[in-house]
Design a protein around this ligand. Structure first.
Ligand code: GDP
Ligand code: MG
Length: 449
């Protein structure tokens, strides 16, 4: 047993830090992956810079390559960047991101380029709101550009089981919008979905028209609908719509295709608006909630590596914890180990992070959290241990008043703090002893026994 264990722990001890070169090399690969996924170039640059900052100097996880570890960091950055679209606070559970918390009729304005999926998505949202949230929904098409557009929405409304605003020939989009709001107020609709016309590319006329409709109807949501296949143009589209009209949320359509969805990242980055829903097919029920981790995985396309690194990181921290438990059991846990733990705790951001790795530790964990071990205290404790002689660290019981005074002076702390540390170390030792059996079980299960 101990031979095998030592092997594991030697490897742990020899961990170094991720170097600039490691990170740069990995990031070349990542850059290409992101561009291939249609993430816009300026957004790729931002992500790469953020990852570089976060990676260099991080401790290397031995059982994976530095490149793999960087990819995991990229994944985490992507999830963060895509974040948002969390369940709404308005109690409308089934359309998580959609904010409908206003006096009815609540208007939702659908905007985006032609063919992005605005009309289809209008029908999908209507169906969802009607069936799951029991909302009374009115659909209105403001698309006077294409002759069949208003009929298309009428057909979708029938399929969704909601009403569409009667078509009146010759009205302008602004007139239709005003009529829709009037009907909605008069007939007590909960939600009015205003489906606007798109253009093949952004133009001034389109923007002015949409902005005017928005000013007149004061929609609670202005949803930018984008095709997941949109590549580098995504940034320009999003920026123009956001600057001229203002975007409160994004719907990405055609995620059922093979596009990797980099557009989502670009849109989110440029507008700051959360991605709220995904369109995953032509049918009306093909509407999905947005999960940042899924899209991040799809954009990066390196899911295997990410889960590999996650597993490796878990194993290592578990091995550290088990090492600690093993030392405790042999009565070998000393202040040297405590100092090493302090370092690890600092790295992980919290004590509970480490303890959480051990099975059945919930109660001890909360006790320790109650012990007020914040990070500044941990740093001072590390300084105190640093001022001890090796002998003192191995046998803290020899620490009497004069030694304590010397240590306090050397570490720029007080004798009280030294005492507090020793007390804490004692408490921890007691707890570690109680943890032993659990730790031991962990060792056996891990196949190391
Ligand atoms: P609009 O011009 O923005 O109103 O776009 P439409 O809603 O008319 O959609 C254009 C085409 O894209 C139609 O053929 C839709 O069936 C199709 N479409 C819309 N959303 C999706 C989607 O999520 N997946 C797939 N595969 N097709 C979609
Ligand atoms: Mg349309």
């Amino acid at each position: 047993l101990s031979g095998k264990l030592n092997g594991v722990f030697d490897r742990l001890r020899r961990r170094g830090a991720l170097s600039e070169a490691d990170v740069s090399e990995a990031l070349r690969e990542v850059r290409i992956a992101l561009l291939e996924a249609d993430v816009a170039l300026p957004v790729v640059k931002d992500i790469v810079n953020k990852v570089r900052e976060r990676s260099v100097g991080q401790e290397v996880i031995r059982s994976v390559s530095p490149a793999q570890q960087v990819i995991k960091i990229v994944n985490d950055c992507l999830v963060e960047a895509l974040g948002g679209g969390a369940p709404g606070t308005d109690g409308v559970e089934h359309v998580p991101g959609l904010s409908l918390n206003a006096a009815p009729p609540v208007a939702i304005l659908m905007i985006g380029l032609q063919g992005s999926g605005k009309t289809t998505t209008s029908g999908k949202i209507a169906l969802r709101l009607r069936t799951r949230d029991r909302k009374k929904v009115l659909l209105a098409s403001l698309d006077v550009q294409r002759p069949a557009a208003q009929l298309q929405l009428e057909t979708l409304a029938k399929q969704a089981g909601v009403t569409s605003l009667p078509i009146v020939k010759g009205q302008s989009p602004l007139e239709i919008a005003a009529r829709a709001m009037q009907v909605a107020r008069g007939e007590l609709y909960d939600v009015v979905i205003l489906d606007t016309a798109g253009r093949l590319s952004i133009d001034e006329e389109l923007m002015a028209e949409v902005a005017a409709v928005k000013a007149a109807t004061k929609p609670h949501e202005s949803l930018l609908v984008v095709d997941a296949m949109t590549g580098q143009d995504a940034v320009n589209t999003a920026r123009s719509f956001n600057e001229r009209v203002g975007v409160t949320g994004i719907v990405m359509t055609r995620v059922d295709g093979d596009a990797r969805g980099g557009a989502a990242l670009s849109m989110r980055a440029v507008t700051g608006a959360p991605i709220k829903l995904l369109g995953a097919g032509e049918k009306l029920d093909a509407l999905e909630d947005f999960h940042p981790d899924r899209i991040a995985g799809r954009i990066l396309g390196m899911g295997d590596i990410v889960s590999l690194v996650e597993r490796a990181a878990e194993t290592i921290d578990k091995a550290e914890a088990e090492k600690l438990a093993a030392k405790m059991q042999k009565g070998q846990f000393d202040l040297e180990d405590y100092a090493a733990q302090l370092k690890q705790i600092n790295k992980m951001g919290s004590l509970s992070g480490i303890l959480g790795m051990l099975p059945g530790i919930g109660k001890l964990k909360s006790q320790l959290e109650g012990a007020n071990l914040d990070n500044s205290i941990l740093k001072r404790q590390a300084a105190i241990i640093g001022s001890m002689t090796p002998k003192e660290r191995r046998s803290p019981e020899i620490l009497k008043a004069s030694r304590k005074r010397r240590i306090a002076l050397g570490s720029g702390t007080t004798v009280q703090e030294v005492n507090r540390l020793l007390k804490q170390f004692d408490d921890m030792s007691v707890m570690m002893k109680r943890m032993n059996k659990l730790g031991q079980k962990g060792l056996m299960r891990g196949g190391l026994g």
